[in-house]
Design a protein around this ligand. Structure first.
Ligand code: PLP
Length: 412
């Protein structure tokens, strides 16, 4: 296992570094995957299936110690892959539609996955304080994981986030700092802090621990394939904030193929953004390789990164796999949240409205094939973004049969 530069391929030992010393490209964890035969693949599948009911079942494929499951951590993962028959009928999908529902994680978003791996790296490198720049969900995940694992924490968010995200980030007892600015301002501030004595000895999960953080997203790909019966999906729709999750899902799928755990066949990866923060979608549609930063203005605050670090890699993956990147308006996001709730009983946060809304749009435009197996990610819980959906009682009445009859809701 080593860190490898995604631009020039140079390798480095595992450590708290995130940029290539030669070309400044981003580093990622590279494995020497044993290209075993069918027998070894069957053994590994069995070992995974017999493992813990969380991401640590994939410990042999992650940069974590062998006894990781015994350490104090939040043990996220193995969330439900819901076969969404009602939603499929509504959208006209005949090839099998699934919602990977990551709202079931300990702090109700997919971010518990990435933090779990970063915490192990922080332990290994001797950091005592955990930190991050966050669009909301990450701050809560870091606060909770730090409390459980015995770290101090100090996390940074834009000052104007949803109340549910702020409370989640504050309740675990670490320090929470609101920054007057956008996420991109928060992120720039954290980069400065890393180079300053003020932030010395701090592990920023998504900055100086980013190569490890990214590996957490990979477990989504592993779980989806395992839950489909060790099979690659044909199409997968992934939300984009920094783009890390999408690129690591692709990495995870490729690793499963390399290990012989799934049969190699083509898959398409689609990226989903909110129109009010759609720099990657814009670049995809314009045929550009570079992503021009924007100033976000959308209700999908968890995805509101105007200058996404992994944007160019997302473009590459969408184009290489035959997928696409699409965006939806705030109104379409709310419609999609309601659609998913009404058809499958899943209450998604705005990011889930983005993926479901984009799925609908991609089917209408013919870019997503409804006759193929399709997985849509819901990465967060609607309880954290309550203000996005104006929902309330059908009627408010006096406690009498007469009043209920008058409200026109009675049987018959
Ligand atoms: C952080 C986040 C994402 C994706 O983030 P990337 O930076 O693209 O990895 C998706 N959904 C939710 C709810 C998030 O909080």
């Amino acid at each position: 296992m080593a860190l490898s530069c995604r631009e020039c391929g140079e390798r480095f030992g595992l450590g708290p570094i995130f940029a290539c010393a030669l070309c400044f490209g981003p580093l990622e964890v590279a494995y020497d995957l044993p290209a075993g035969g069918p027998r070894q693949a069957a053994d590994l599948r069995k070992r995974i299936e017999d493992g813990p009911a969380n991401i640590w079942r994939y410990a042999p494929l992650l940069p974590v110690p062998a006894d990781v499951a015994d350490k104090p951590n939040l043990n996220p993962g193995l969330t439900k892959l819901v076969k969404a028959g009602n939603l499929a009928r509504e959208l006209g999908v005949t090839g099998g539609l699934y919602v990977k529902d990551d709202s079931g994680n300990p702090t109700h978003s997919f971010k518990d996955r990435v933090v779990a791996i970063a915490v192990e790296a922080a332990r290994a490198f001797g950091f005592t304080t955990l930190s991050c720049s966050s669009t909301g969900n990450l701050a809560g995940a870091v606060g909770a994981a730090a409390a459980r694992a015995g770290f101090k924490s100090c996390v940074f968010i834009p000052h104007d986030l949803e109340a549910g995200k702020v409370v989640m980030a504050a309740v675990y007892g670490g320090d929470l700092v609101g920054i007057e600015g956008t996420y991109d301002d928060v992120n720039r501030f954290c980069s400065e802090l890393i180079g300053d004595p003020l932030g010395e000895g701090w592990g920023f999960v998504n900055v100086n621990l980013r190569p490890y953080y990214g590996e957490g997203s990979k477990t989504l790909a592993y779980e989806i394939c395992e839950q489909l019966g060790w099979r690659l999906p044909d199409q997968i729709v992934v939300p984009i904030a920094s783009g890390s999750q999408l690129t690591k899902i692709d990495k995870g799928l490729k690793e499963l193929v390399a290990l012989g755990l799934v049969e190699d066949r083509p898959y398409k990866i689609f990226g989903a953004q909110a129109e009010g923060c759609s720099p990657v979608s814009r670049a995809f549609k314009d045929g550009h390789d570079v992503v021009r930063p924007v100033k976000p203005d959308t209700i999908a605050k968890s995805l509101a990164i105007g200058n996404p670090a992994d944007g160019p890699y997302v473009l590459d993956i969408a184009r290489r796999t035959g997928g696409a990147v699409e965006d939806v308006t705030d109104e379409q996001i709310v419609d999609a949240i309601r659609l998913l709730a009404r058809t499958e009983g899943i209450f998604a946060e705005t990011a889930g409205g983005v993926t479901v809304g984009v799925t609908r749009k991609l089917i209408e435009s013919g870019l997503l094939d409804p006759s193929l197996t399709t997985v849509v990610l819901n990465t967060g819980d609607g309880l954290k973004t309550l203000d996005a959906v104006a929902a309330g009682p059908t009627a408010t009445i006096r406690p009498s049969l007469e009043a209920f009859r008058a409200a026109g809701l009675a049987a018959g």
